[in-house]
Design a protein around this ligand. Sequence first.
Ligand code: NAX
Length: 428
Amino acid sequence: MLSAASRSLRHGVSARSVAVLSQVRTKMTPAEALKTIESEQKKCDDALQALMKSKGDSFTFADAKDLFANDKELSAAVAKIRELDMDIEWSWSRMQSLHQSLTKPPLKVALTGAAGAIGYAMLFRIASGEMFGPTQPVQLSLLDLPAAQDALKGVMMELNDCAFPLLKGLTASASPETAFEGADYAVLVGAKPRGPGMERADLMAANAQIFSVQGKALNKVAKGAKVTVVGNPANTNSLIASANAPDMSPDQFTSMMRLDQSRAEHQLAAKAGVDVSAVQRLVVWGNHSASQYPDISHATINGKWAKDVVKDEAWLKNEFVPTVAKRGAEIIEARGASSAASAANAAVAHVRDWATGSEGRWVTMGVPSSDAYGIGPGIWYGVPVVCYPGGDYKRVGGLSIDPYSAEMMEKTRLELLEERDAVKDLLP
Ligand code: NAX
């Protein structure tokens, strides 16, 4: 049985290999050279696989380098391959790519609204490894309406044409139960956009229906899924989906506030004249809507209190907060379409941190509310959390809330309660 690398070598006997083989023709026949490369390559593959198995998740490419540097037999095998295969990087990169497909079973990721603008900007990043890391294979399951199935076929063709090594499966469906079957992660983006003359209440009712159906489907076929709701109104849609999934923990449902967090981080960094990575612990409380409260009272800039760095209370209240809260509308005005790439980027970051950990950083997620900060249970409210590898998150507790913040947090809480009342018929 040939190893993966050897198979790829054999199948890859093309112009490149012929060029290589012609250089060794004086010493060996092409068939002999190929056979020798295969057996030396197999030796290396086997050793590499054994190393990866023993190291598990802690495996790094540096381990492989050490192994090959210190084991005489393997060094000799590599030298032999080098001698026969003049294009060294080609051989090495084949071995390097091996660890990507061998270490872990694929995660199944379901994405709704996959034929839409955010879906299109997200799928390629998930398949390339940006969401779950460069060694985690994925299977993508795309859900969209029946009318969008042709468009989905085109998206699938493009995904396949990228030949992503981590993409181990790709399916499309118009049925939530089929699409969610066995999903580890579900990102619910698909929702109805607000049409001409449509009232907010009509939009809420139409979208509430979608998330009630999808909550039931998740409960039936993907009880273990971690669910991120992006489709608006994202917080209340999380509530509806969770309420319709009684066998799942409410903590499995989160709504995306990350775009608001990133928008706020950018505004603050620009005002302070620092790189955005200098900003930490910025929180966006409440609803993903114009009532949200981007709060810098706990934030730091290069380790100093952001308020002491900015020293401009009027800017904070009169410019920063409204600019962040109304950024979505500003983008629609400028672009003639709503945020897509930045929303996709935020969704990738939200799920990545949830799945792989936020390394101690605070990130804002819409999560089931608790009594903390006087919010009370029953709504999905944006709060700071810290995520741990494997999918756990903890709400950041014990923050002191100043009177201005308390007022802003209450305003957005009341809006979420109103939204909950508007969809109460869909809450079993
Ligand atoms: P598009 O209209 O481009 O795409 C939506 C897709 O969802 C379409 O392909 C549509 O066919 C599909 N869809 C509709 N109903 C569906 C259903 N029942 N099942 C499966 N698919 C369905 O919108 P796009 O720009 O991608 O935005 C998607 C959603 O994200 C909207 O609700 C939008 O308001 C929301 N957003 C949320 C953000 C957030 O921060 N939470 C920010 C960006 C964005 O505004």
